[in-house]
Every structure is written in structure tokens, then in C-alpha cells.
Design a protein around this ligand. Structure first.
Ligand SMILES: [Fe+2]
Ligand SMILES: [Fe+2]
Length: 185
């Protein structure tokens, strides 16, 4: 990815998006990374569009108020910082989005889902492996470069890393996350 990508590309966000500049830069890096993988993997146009749209919209409500998120996400049993996934999926659905793979990628991007197609898996990896995050830079850059060659194995490794982190931090594990791990371990 060229270093000036963030300056060159402005990702179109929906009019209802609530994102800080910092968040917008993260979204742009996720889009750039997923696009790079799609190119290297010769992903067909329809699926490529799904990947890019999922990346573009996944954090559109990341900086929305708790009230707004709660209202949109309904009874999703998540902690407040996880509600932006279900909330964005609900909003997109309201607006007529019907691609279930895109909606599910966004809805579950903070917890994972055993039902995911490649779209959800690609977003989950790109969200974690994008180069702007400051931890484990070398390991993550290595994994990121491996995605086009070994998609499933890198996905498993990313799920594992996120699970280990959640356990180390004492976070709640959600059933979707555990089911995801059991389906790929
Ligand atoms: Fe997110
Ligand atoms: Fe994100």
C-alpha cells in the first residue's frame, strides 16, 4: 500500500455516518488493505464490491452516541463499544441494503460469526491487520501479506490472537466468538 493512500483516497461514507477524522483514516486503511487483497486474489467483481462496501461502512457509526446506537441495535446483547456493528447493519438495511454477506460482515465485525462467508472473514482480518494499529506491527504485517496466499490459515490465526487478547484482558466472550473458534480450530 502506498504511504500516501490516505491523502489520495477519500472514502465515501453515508450521510448518517458518525466518524471522527481519526476513525475515517482507519476506515480508509481498512478499505485500502481489503482492496489490495481482492486484487491479489483476483476476487470477482461482485464479491470485490461486497468486500469494499463492508469495509467502507463497518465503522460508519463508531462515534455515534450510545442512545443512537442502542436505538438502532435493538436488543443486541453487546457492550456499548460493540454496538456500532449491529447499528450500522440495521441502518443499512433500513436504507434498502439487501446483501446478507455485507450486512453480516458489518453486524458481527466486533465479535465474529461462524456463519461468515469470505466477506465477513476478509473484513475481520483487515480491521485487525490494517497497518495503523500500533501493537504487534511486524507480526501483523507478516500475516497481512499472507492473506492472499493462505486466507483460511491467517483468518484462524487472527481469530486466535483476538481470543487470546480478550482472555488476557478479562473480557466477556460472546457466543458467536466461541462458535467461530470451534468451527475453525
Ligand atoms: Fe468497528
Ligand atoms: Fe474498524
Amino acid at each position: 500500500m502506498s504511504p500516501d493512500y490516505e491523502d489520495r483516497v477519500t472514502v465515501d461514507l453515508p450521510s448518517w455516518a458518525r466518524v471522527s477524522d481519526k476513525r475515517r483514516a482507519h476506515i480508509q486503511r481498512v478499505v485500502a488493505l481489503i482492496e489490495q487483497w481482492a486484487d491479489e486474489m483476483h476476487v470477482l467483481p461482485a464479491e470485490r464490491r461486497d468486500w469494499l462496501d463492508a469495509a467502507r461502512w463497518h465503522d460508519a457509526l463508531r462515534d455515534a452516541s450510545r442512545e443512537e446506537l442502542r436505538q438502532l441495535a435493538g436488543d443486541a446483547p453487546y457492550e456499548p463499544e460493540m454496538l456500532h456493528g449491529p447499528a450500522a447493519a440495521a441502518k443499512l438495511e433500513d436504507e434498502g441494503e439487501r446483501r446478507s454477506e455485507v450486512l453480516d460482515a458489518i453486524r458481527y465485525h466486533t465479535v465474529g460469526s461462524p456463519e461468515w462467508s469470505r466477506t465477513g472473514r476478509a473484513l475481520y482480518m483487515a480491521d485487525f491487520l490494517e497497518p495503523g494499529r500500533s501493537f504487534s506491527r511486524e507480526d501483523r504485517a507478516f500475516l497481512s501479506a499472507q492473506v492472499p496466499h493462505d486466507f483460511d490459515r491467517v483468518f484462524r490465526q487472527v481469530v486466535r490472537m483476538r481470543l487470546v487478547y480478550a482472555l488476557n484482558e478479562g473480557h466477556t466472550l460472546f457466543p458467536e466468538t466461541v462458535q467461530l473458534w470451534n468451527s475453525i480450530r
